[in-house]
Design a protein around this ligand. Structure first.
Ligand code: C2E
Ligand code: CA
Ligand code: CA
Ligand code: CA
Length: 277
């Protein structure tokens, strides 16, 4: 073998490792970021598309660093692999409680959604922590919604079902997120006992383009109605999509056509300006 090539390879590997693990590595950076309060929720308005009123919001985490605001796609997988996702979820809920307490206390019909990962459904810790965090807050349990994504396989469906029931017993609602995109297929919808179905942007995107995908939108709308689940359409970007969904009887949506996820101050301003449902 060419010893020069090997040495150059080793050099590049060393430089790569130095860049990647600078300051203790990305996992350590996430842990430090949590401790420094750098993870904060943005809030995307959820709208009643028939009345135009504000129904609530979905909390979507951002990492605010010196070098900019980092979207969740860039750190959630790593946070999950390392276990930092759990303290991060609790930090997001705690911050949302503090940001939105006054507004939600005033408007007891507003709903607040949080994203959970499959690992949070392995045991009852999340139920205790939700209770602890919202105990004494003006935000009522009945105002909370927890989203479980179909994109990730659940370790143990029976156990997840128990966690979901306990959250529901507290008064919260539970949604199946990204329906139609994941491994669970329809089985999660049948087995988990959720209250709400979130239709992925992928299907909403098809409205006004491919005919066959619109058939999927129509089927999901019908499925939600037959199962007596509330349906929330995600990622609505155009008036055409909005019009189509409305005409199909969809009542609730979120998307850039209304607003992107907003920092707390902007969301509070918008909520004050809008007529909540
Ligand atoms: P998701 O739960 O399906 O959230 C919807 C994503 O679509 C958000 O991306 C939102 O900003 C984006 N979105 C909403 N409306 C539109 C639209 O009209 N057009 C387009 N192009 N995009 C739209 P975001 O905030 O980057 O989050 C990505 C994913 O990261 C989320 O997908 C969720 O799975 C995960 N995530 C976000 N926050 C959290 C969190 O606090 N905890 C956990 N476990 N996961 C989170
Ligand atoms: Ca979600
Ligand atoms: Ca409720
Ligand atoms: Ca989704």
């Amino acid at each position: 073998a060419n010893i020069g090539g090997v040495l150059v390879g080793l050099l590049f590997a060393l430089i790569y490792a130095m860049i990647t693990f600078r300051g203790g590595g990305p996992v350590r950076e996430i842990a430090d970021g949590i401790r420094r309060g750098e993870f904060e929720p943005y809030y995307q308005p959820v709208i009643d598309i028939v009345s135009g009123k504000l129904i609530g919001c979905e909390a979507l985490v951002r990492w605010r660093r010196r070098d900019g605001v980092i979207p969740p796609g860039r750190f959630i997988p790593l946070a999950e692999a390392s276990g930092e996702i759990y303290p991060m979820t609790l930090a997001v809920m705690t911050k949302a409680r503090d940001d939105l307490g006054a507004l939600y206390g005033r408007l007891p019909h507003l709903e607040l959604g949080f994203n959970l990962v499959a690992g949070h459904f392995d045991n009852l810790d999340i139920v205790d922590d939700v209770q602890r965090i919202f105990d004494g807050s003006p935000i009522r349990m009945s105002q909370l919604m927890f989203e479980v994504t179909e994109r990730q396989p659940l370790q143990n469906i029976a156990r997840a079902r128990v966690v979901i029931s306990r959250l529901q017993q507290l008064g919260a609602r539970v949604a199946l997120d990204d329906v139609g995109t994941g491994h669970g297929g329809l089985s999660y919808l049948l087995k988990l006992g959720v209250d709400v179905m979130k239709m992925d942007k992928m299907f909403v995107d098809a409205i006004g383009t491919e005919r066959y995908s619109v058939a999927i939108v129509d089927s999901l709308v019908k499925l939600a109605a037959d199962m007596r689940l509330e349906l929330i359409a995600e990622g609505v970007e155009t008036f055409e999509q909005l019009q189509y969904l409305r005409q199909k009887g969809v009542r609730v949506a979120q998307g850039y056509v209304f607003a992107p996820p907003l920092p707390a101050a902007s969301f509070l301003q918008l909520a004050d300006a809008m007529h909540p449902a």
